[in-house]
Ligand binder design. Structure first.
Ligand SMILES: NC(=O)c1ccc[n+]([C@@H]2O[C@H](COP(=O)([O-])OP(=O)(O)OC[C@H]3O[C@@H](n4cnc5c(N)ncnc54)[C@H](OP(=O)(O)O)[C@@H]3O)[C@@H](O)[C@H]2O)c1
Length: 330
């Protein structure tokens, strides 16, 4: 079968590899659609722990179960499924186990014609989505769901600010927060994306490349209960300024690195929290799928491309004009 393999630092190569051999407890999924995550590009660049060369990349995938290792799981055969990319989250809902990893590194992932996963990793595709849309969901949807609800505790009527609207995870945060009845504001580095967010129901939006201190936001909107961020860097101090007392910043990445300083004075006086999060538990994955079905949420898909364009598309994950997920038809 055809697979996109990490062959060395910065090197991804199409290879013809053996179709995985079915064993008890596993499901063999004929992959029909996949999507790119920033993680895939970080791994390619070598900026990720436990990198293994010779493995197939890819965390997001949907497809059809071709066969299962045990008769008791035979009901899955022929079903359209989405794959939970979590591996060994463990029993604690608050934090992943030491064995936790994510499909696609070090374990072989979805960027192949077939993917072998534990049978409990497959879940029925939400009915209202096609397989291409469903492939956009797993990693980004799960990360946003946990950040927003479990870690952020968002409820209807609260004010939430989501930074970097164009991001693959941020778009899910936006869609989920809106569905939950929150007042949603966004930041973006692009006026076009801001216009799109407003059209989709954002109550306000701020261009982080132009408005560097958000002081008007603090005065006019009464502050935010929650900020969801993955950029990090110095703008964390802006978020600290625009939070209501007892507000919270939940962050799942630090694309822009560390802040040079952190406004600890304002943080303790206003009883603020800075909360890290990562992916989510299996329970949250299933809750996320239910939420998506209940609210008929459709992921924002930037583009749909043929599988053959996958390797050359890695660089596009950082393109400034991208909104949402880049999806590939396998
Ligand atoms: N911990 C986890 O489990 C987890 C899971 C998923 C992702 N992540 C991490 O989270 C980050 C984003 O991932 P992704 O997949 O959503 O990436 P992505 O699709 O590449 O999105 C990145 C977005 O970041 C925004 N951005 C860039 N500079 C910014 C700034 N100064 N302020 C606010 N936003 C800024 C941009 O938004 P605009 O285009 O709107 O300007 C861009 O579209 C990455 O670092 C990734 O590794 C972590």
């Amino acid at each position: 079968m055809k697979a996109l393999v990490l062959t060395g630092p910065g090197q991804i190569t199409w290879q013809e590899i053996e179709k995985p051999v079915l064993v008890p407890g596993k499901a063999l999924v004929r992959i029909k659609a996949i999507s790119l995550n920033r993680r895939d590009e970080w791994i390619k660049e070598g900026k990720y722990p436990n990198i293994r060369y010779g493995g197939t990349l890819g965390s997001d995938g949907s497809g059809v179960v071709e066969s299962v290792g045990e008769e008791k799981d035979s009901e899955w055969v022929g079903k359209e499924v989405v794959i939970n990319p979590n591996i060994d989250w463990g029993p604690d809902p608050d934090v992943q186990s030491k064995k936790f990893s994510i499909l696609g590194m070090p374990v072989n992932g979805t960027f192949a014609e077939y993917c072998l996963v534990d049978v409990d990793r497959v879940q029925p595709k939400p009915f209202h989505l096609d397989l291409l849309q469903a492939a956009a969901l797993p990693l980004g949807g799960l990360t946003a769901f946990r950040a927003m609800f479990r870690k952020g505790g968002l409820t209807a009527g609260q004010n939430v600010l989501i930074s970097g609207f164009g991001g693959g995870v941020a778009q899910f945060a936006f869609l989920f927060a809106r569905a939950a009845g929150a007042n949603v504001y966004v930041t973006s580095g692009s006026d076009e994306k801001i216009a799109r967010a407003i059209k989709m129901g954002a109550k306000g939006a701020y261009n982080y490349k132009k408005e560097t201190n958000y002081s008007e936001l603090w005065k006019t909107k009464g502050g935010f209960d929650l900020v969801i961020d993955s950029a990090g860097g110095d703008q964390i101090n802006n978020f600290i300024k625009v939070l209501k007392p007892n507000g919270k910043i939940v962050f799942y990445g630090a694309t822009n690195g560390l802040p040079a300083k952190l406004d600890l004075y304002r943080m303790f006086w206003n009883q603020l929290s800075l909360q890290g999060t990562t992916m989510g538990s299996d329970y949250e994955f299933n809750e996320m799928l239910k939420f998506v079905s209940k609210h008929q949420i459709r992921p924002m898909v930037d583009s749909i491309r043929p599988f053959s364009k996958l390797a050359e598309s890695f660089a596009d994950i950082t393109l400034p004009n991208k909104v949402g997920k880049i999806v590939f038809q396998v």
